[in-house]
Design a protein around this ligand. Structure first.
Ligand SMILES: [Zn+2]
Ligand SMILES: [Zn+2]
Length: 364
């Protein structure tokens, strides 16, 4: 394990500066020097070991999702506790920890009524790399540390838990919010990292049939590995195929994991009367609902949305699945780069080169 450290913090950097991937303007971002953060009351600073790039980060660097210039991007991190602010108890410097992408306070109305992702207001639980500096840096400040630092069991490697922070929590939430029942028939539109985790979530929830739809054959192969029973290419009339395969009935739960009009409509069109459309994609622009697919609003459909559940209990719950050998996300980590190579990593990820799914960014 890690060496004993002096007083309230470990001393591994004497300059007081760190490297961070900073957003400046649409299309303009890169590594800069920033002061290492220091924790205030209830906060902690993590020395980042591994981080990754999310599809949302691509929206940010393209200017499609607004953040303030000067913000460090990234919201997925595994590391060790570097410093603890006052009021954070039960943790020690040097412990290996995971912090979810969503860092709820655990005390506000949203948190205490079961919607911690909406902590403090709409989408308010998403702070890292959105409203405060994020994880693509050598150090990151974690707010509300008491509610958000999850100690990683010694038998789990960093690579095995990194993707729990966002895509697994988000994808599984799509299956949970869809309330998939044992024996259900499910369709998952788009098999990017989150769609693949939704497919895995449907399997874990006990779905009998899982139709995975995507345009990329390699992603459909991974979907099969993750529990899809049918792999359908998006150009091969998936709606008609799903309706035919279900005898015209449609699916109990349709998951939309892209955030686009076409996949939203397809999800609605394969839904049985009384079924649930669980939407997990991030939409931009405009979304309209075709009334014929909605049964003119009379078909007893349920439409639910979700934002990645965070907080330490959620992360601990997901780590138990990994420990039990029931969840292996490492096939999604198709590439590895260092923090110094992060521009190349963004290039590969945003262009979807070389069948990339997720990239492990080695920071330390
Ligand atoms: Zn994300
Ligand atoms: Zn809260």
């Amino acid at each position: 394990m890690l060496p004993a450290v002096e007083q309230r913090g470990s001393v591994t950097n004497t300059t007081g500066l760190m490297k961070a991937n900073v957003f400046r303007a649409p299309g303009q971002f890169g590594l800069e020097q920033k002061p290492i953060p220091s924790p205030g009351y209830g906060e902690a600073v993590i020395k980042v070991n591994l981080t990754t790039i999310c599809g949302t980060d691509i929206h940010i660097i393209k200017g499609e999702y607004p953040v303030k210039p000067g913000l460090t991007i990234g919201h997925e991190a595994v590391g060790v506790i570097h410093q603890l602010g006052p009021g954070v108890t039960g943790y020690e410097i040097g412990q290996r920890v995971l912090a979810g992408a969503i860092t709820p306070c655990g005390q506000c109305e949203a948190c205490l009524s079961g919607h911690a992702s909406q902590c403090g207001g709409a989408l308010g639980g998403w702070r890292l790399g959105n409203t405060i500096d994020g994880t693509q840096a050598e150090y990151v400040l974690i707010p509300h540390a008491q509610a958000n630092l999850t100690i990683i069991p010694d038998d789990l490697r960093n690579e095995e838990v990194l993707l729990l922070t966002d895509i697994a929590s988000t994808g599984f939430s799509a299956a949970e919010r869809g309330n998939i029942q044992i024996g259900d028939t499910v369709a998952v539109f788009a098999q990017g990292p989150i769609g693949l985790c939704a497919t895995l979530g449907a399997k874990l929830r006990g779905a009998a049939q899982i139709f995975a739809v995507d345009a990329e054959p390699r992603r459909l192969q991974t979907a099969q590995l993750f529990g899809a029973t049918h792999q359908l290419h998006s150009s091969a009339r998936p709606v008609e195929t799903i309706l035919a395969e279900t005898g015209g009935r449609g699916v109990d739960v349709a998951i939309e994991a892209l955030g686009a009009q076409g996949t939203f409509e397809s999800a609605l069109r394969v839904l049985r009367p009384g079924g649930t459309l669980s939407s997990v994609g991030v939409y931009s622009g405009h979304l309209s609902v075709p009334l014929d697919a909605l049964g003119a609003g009379l078909a007893d459909h349920t439409i639910v949305t979700t934002l990645c559940p965070g907080g330490k209990e959620r992360m601990a719950r997901l780590m138990r699945l990994v420990q039990a050998g029931r969840l292996d996300l490492t096939p999604l980590l198709t590439h590895r780069f260092t923090l110094d190579e992060i521009s190349a990593a963004y290039d590969l990820f945003s262009q979807r080169k070389d069948n990339v799914l997720k990239i492990a960014i080695q920071v330390a």
